[in-house]
Design a protein around this ligand. Structure first.
Ligand SMILES: Cc1cc2nc3c(=O)[nH]c(=O)nc-3n(C[C@H](O)[C@H](O)[C@H](O)COP(=O)(O)OP(=O)(O)OC[C@H]3O[C@@H](n4cnc5c(N)ncnc54)[C@H](O)[C@@H]3O)c2cc1C
Length: 468
């Protein structure tokens, strides 16, 4: 009788291009897959929106795996005991997983591997979740990269491993979900209206994006109402598609039609920011809590629960910021330019610690990711290694006028401003009284006055950074 192997799935909820799943199948072994809702020390559990996505994704993957003869077992607990328990229950010969890169995750995986070896199981980790393993890309001096552009120049010249095909099916077994720890977030009903989840949906999204939106990507990606970006981030976060699959799909389109080359390059250079953040995650201390530039440990952040609350709930009185925060609350997603503006307002104008913003995004985004979320927050706050300079403080009124010139994005998410004319939509508090009256807007009543003076707070932020 064929032996049974165990695959421990984590951020790789897919069948295609899943090296651990494929390796487990080699030699005709029966395969059982395991997902653990982890309480493992230091391993960051998904936020509320992420848990919602995960639950749906596991359900779909379980059915898909069952059709291919693989049972998916879902458990909760400390991975160190759960993985070994399941391996024993199955009398598994070998255990496989795809690597993860946060310090606590690596420490846990090493301990689990040692423990499994000690108990007589073979355990193997495979590369599946980044384009290039963090240690395989170094500067000419053999050091990790701290600046993005040279990282990208090196990465794009490296051979990226081809995605692997789906493994063959073995004997069909039934899907069973055991002991899944899942609490539906309050707003889960809303999230479902905005997303199609799972491996098939991710594949469809890539091909729709490359067919229909890639042409406008380079120009349009900064404009929140254009919706021309790929929206692959939650699929990549949960590994419903691998970055290598995305890489090769975009390259194939550019190869077939050279007029798409520039847009594909731009897109791939954004995709590679994900690898850059994983590179940093691998080499640094916990990037969700420790500023990458040590001097930022001395930053004098303001304690203002009121400002934080106004920001979280989209009630800052700065329309494009409020639109972004409300978009995220409704959909679990926010467009990149608006993420930059909302994060800049919090960490610079309001001088609130970036970790508070990072945590809020972690809970609300369906794509909240251990590398990309803290990496980007540190970039905006200025504490990242290749960060936005401390004097780059976005003015949300000017940015709104530039990137949402007709105000469509604001009108969509801040309906109380729907009747404001274009000229005042990004700064309603400065509009003449009769304009406000006609639009049915009462500042301080139907819509808040700005919670911060943009000019004064800019000076305050520059002074605070100057003291570091
Ligand atoms: C404060 C802040 C927090 C962020 N938090 C996250 C997060 O938790 N998870 C996340 O995936 N992205 C995060 N981003 C990066 C970026 O906003 C999203 O990846 C992007 O908006 C997702 O939309 P898309 O898939 O349509 O992107 P596209 O433009 O189509 O890009 C394709 C893919 O490339 C990667 N990518 C694009 N831009 C970036 C970037 N700046 N940094 C890292 N990877 C990038 C993503 O995997 C994305 O799915 C954050 C940005 C900021 C400013």
């Amino acid at each position: 009788m064929a032996k049974t192997n165990l695959v421990w799935l984590r951020n790789d909820l897919r069948i295609a291009d899943n090296p651990a799943l494929r390796a487990a199948h080699l030699g005709g072994a029966f395969v059982t897959a395991l997902y653990v809702h982890e309480t493992t020390k230091g391993v960051r559990p998904p936020g509320a929106a992420g848990r919602w996505w995960l639950h749906q994704s596991l359900g779909l993957l379980g059915k898909d795996l069952a059709e291919r003869g693989v049972k998916l077992v879902v458990r909760s607990g400390d991975a160190e005991s759960v993985v070994a328990d399941v391996a024993k229950e199955l009398d598994a010969a070998e255990v496989f997983w795809n690597r993860r890169y946060a310090p606590a995750e690596r420490a846990a995986d090493t301990a689990i591997k040692d423990d499994l070896h000690g108990q007589g199981f073979k355990a193997h980790s495979c590369p599946g979740n980044v384009l290039v393993e963090p240690w395989d890309i170094t500067t000419k001096q053999g050091k990790p990269y701290s600046v993005y552009t040279p990282f990208w120049n090196t990465l794009k010249a490296m051979p990226i491993a081809q995605p692997q095909q789906r493994p063959d099916a073995g004997e069909p077994m039934t899907y069973s979900e055991v002991d899944a720890d899942y609490r539906e977030p309050k707003w889960a009903g809303k999230l479902g209206q905005h997303w199609k989840i799972g491996e098939a949906a991710a594949a469809q999204e890539v091909s729709d994006f490359l067919d229909e939106r890639l042409d406008d990507y380079a120009e349009g990606r900064d404009f929140p109402r254009k919706d021309v970006t790929s929206r692959l981030s939650p699929h990549l976060r949960f590994g419903e598609i691998s970055p290598r699959q995305v890489w090769y799909a975009a390259r194939a389109v550019a190869h077939a039609d050279h007029t798409k080359q520039a847009a594909a390059d731009k897109f791939l250079s954004e995709l590679a920011w994900r690898d850059f953040n994983y590179h940093q995650l691998y080499y640094r201390e916990d990037i969700a809590t420790v500023p990458m530039q040590g001097k930022y440990a001395g930053m004098e952040w303001r304690q203002s629960e009121g400002d934080l609350k106004a920001w979280q709930t989209g009630r800052t009185g700065l329309p494009i910021v409020d639109a972004g925060m409300r978009e995220m609350w409704e959909t679990g997603y926010m467009q990149n330019r608006v993420r930059l503006l909302t994060a800049s307002l919090l960490t610079k104008n309001l001088l609130v610690d970036w970790r508070k913003g990072e945590q809020w995004f972690w809970d609300c985004l369906v794509d909240s990711d251990v590398a990309n979320n803290p990496g980007n927050w540190q970039w905006v706050a200025g504490s990242g290694l290749d960060a936005s300079p401390y004097f780059r403080i976005f003015n949300p009124v000017v940015q709104g006028e530039r990137f949402d010139s007709g105000g469509d994005y604001v009108r969509r998410w801040v309906p109380e401003l729907a009747n404001m004319p274009d000229q005042w939509i990004h700064e309603p508090s400065a509009a003449p009284r009769d304009v406000l009256q006609q639009a049915g807007v009462r500042i301080g009543d139907t819509y808040p006055a700005p919670i911060v003076d943009l000019k004064q707070s800019r000076v305050r932020a520059l002074e605070a950074a100057g003291r570091l």
